[in-house]
Design a protein around this ligand. Structure first.
Ligand SMILES: [Zn+2]
Length: 486
């Protein structure tokens, strides 16, 4: 091995590489001594992080004040084959080209990525607050990878045998910067399905950067939908690292192996390598995006890209989201942004890769707190309530829930009350009635049983109702209602 050292980076950050380990492992098995050493060196860089199977990323970064004018500030450093990031600053915003192709491509690619996100989505840099774009070129010696480490982009020269310099493909630069944006938005965990979504989102916007930055912008029909086209030397039998148009066909080479990406859930790859196949199963959402973009036609960043971007920024997208969760949100957002025809196209694109997304946002599930207030009594109570997947709820009495067209309805098994209202993310609210004049209001919020506020009981002579709408005796009876409900 070499004296290769880890790049300096905050330990909480995971390193997101453009190349999957299986490709480098193949070189390590089949290459000569030098090639093996280079491949192992590249693998070593992310090994420590990769062994951390569950990636907890950033503690939340306080967002800076968004600014309304774009703040593009690039800084490119030259590591001169060292590994202590970021290296020597060689080109800052507005400065002339250096003549070093890797430095200048890193500069131009960061600019192209910034410009696409600003023009298409009014996003002001990685953090949407004008964060400087830091890049480092010439990482280590003949390093076969590019990565985002939570703070900056870093590029290797490639070994010159199988790989050219990693700045040669602008979509690779867009891919790495998008990892930064994802960290600031959905913060998708970098393993298994959320990790494959994280990878796919980087491929999607990396490809859009390429389509947008051409001197003549490319439509979805004109784009090649390849990721990393130009990275391979002529020695390699392959066109790119990945193909969104035809996952699994990007390369088939004696030294690099065969592109393992599936295009459909039927071929989902269950593996523990590559953080649970994050660079492999990303082929499935990649292909769904390609299908939607080409079905809609025109510039892909305008509709399909906007649906994906809004979904990436949607607070309902959890860090643990799976393909199904992401698909459901794109379907919901497609309707909001572009109406029923585009929504149907989005449903169709996901269906073609084996994911049937519902027209509705994700159904209510898990533990919530129900706060109810019968208007006639001016009194309130809070009870825990658990929504089960079979349509029942338990906790604050037992009953049935229904969710349709944005309306949530609760019917108790005992008691006359019917609750109806709407649910938006983690908050629901609405009205209830017993159809006997004892109407009131309610709200729900997501949580466990912790933190429930017990009702304040007062002496009262008017009728008091429990959550089910049943009369209870004031005092001990009211306490009993809360107890029975809990
Ligand atoms: Zn990546």
């Amino acid at each position: 091995m070499t004296d290769h050292s880890m790049p300096s980076m905050p330990s909480m950050h995971s390193i997101h590489c453009i190349l999957p380990p299986h490709m480098l492992e193949h070189i390590a098995r089949t290459g000569d001594d030098t090639q093996r050493e280079r491949a192992l060196q590249a693998l070593a860089t992310d090994n420590t992080q990769r062994s951390r199977r569950i990636t907890r990323s950033f503690t939340t970064v306080a967002p800076a004040m968004p600014v309304t004018t774009p703040h593009k500030q690039r800084h490119v450093h030259d590591l001169n084959h060292g590994t202590n990031l970021p290296g020597t600053l060689v080109r800052s915003e507005g400065q002339a080209a250096t003549g070093d192709a890797e430095v200048d491509e890193a500069y131009d690619g960061a600019g192209a990525t910034f410009d696409m996100f600003w023009a298409a989505y009014s996003r002001n840099s990685i953090d949407n607050a004008g964060m400087p774009l830091i890049s480092s070129a010439h990482y280590s010696t003949q390093y076969n990878n590019a990565f985002w480490n939570g703070a900056q982009m870093t590029y290797g020269d490639g070994d010159g045998v199988y790989f050219n310099r990693f700045t040669a493909s602008v979509d690779v630069i867009g891919h790495e910067m998008t990892h930064g944006i994802t960290a600031y938005q959905a913060n998708l965990e970098y393993h298994d399905q959320p990790g494959a979504l994280n990878e796919s989102i980087s491929d999607v916007f990396g490809s859009l950067v390429k389509q947008f930055s051409r001197s003549t912008k490319q439509t979805a029909a004109q784009a090649d939908w390849l990721i990393g086209q130009g990275l391979f030397t002529s020695k390699v039998n392959g066109v790119a690292l990945r193909s969104m148009k035809a996952p699994g066909t990007a390369y088939d080479d004696q030294h690099l192996g065969k592109d393992p990406q599936p295009a459909h859930m039927n071929n989902f790859v269950h593996t523990t390598s590559d953080n649970g196949g994050v660079h492999i199963n990303s082929g499935i959402p990649n292909h769904a995006f390609y299908l939607l973009a080409t079905a809609l036609g025109g510039y892909a960043w305008e509709k399909a890209g906007r649906i994906w971007y809004v979904t990436l920024c949607d607070p309902r997208l959890a860090p643990t989201a799976r393909f199904q969760d992401f698909a459901n949100l794109t379907v919901a957002n497609a309707a909001t942004l572009f109406g029923p025809a585009v929504q149907q196209a989005t449903i169709d694109a996901w269906a073609a890769v084996g994911i049937s997304s519902s027209l509705q946002p994700p159904k209510i599930s898990g533990q919530w707190a129900l706060h109810y207030d019968w208007g006639v009594t001016g009194r309130f109570n809070q009870v825990p309530i658990t929504f089960n997947a079979d349509g029942t709820f338990t906790g604050g009495g037992n009953g049935q829930w229904q969710q349709k067209d944005g309306t949530l309805m609760l019917h108790w098994n005992t008691g006359p009350a019917i609750y109806s209202g709407s649910l938006d993310g983690d908050i629901g609210s609405g009205a209830m009635t017993t159809f006997a004049g004892s109407d009131g209001s309610w709200y729900l919020y997501r949580q466990g049983n912790v933190g429930l506020v017990p009702p304040t009981l007062e002496e009262e002579t008017t009728q008091h109702l429990d959550a089910m709408g049943n009369p209870v005796t004031v005092g001990a009876g009211a306490a009993g209602a809360a107890g029975a409900a809990g």
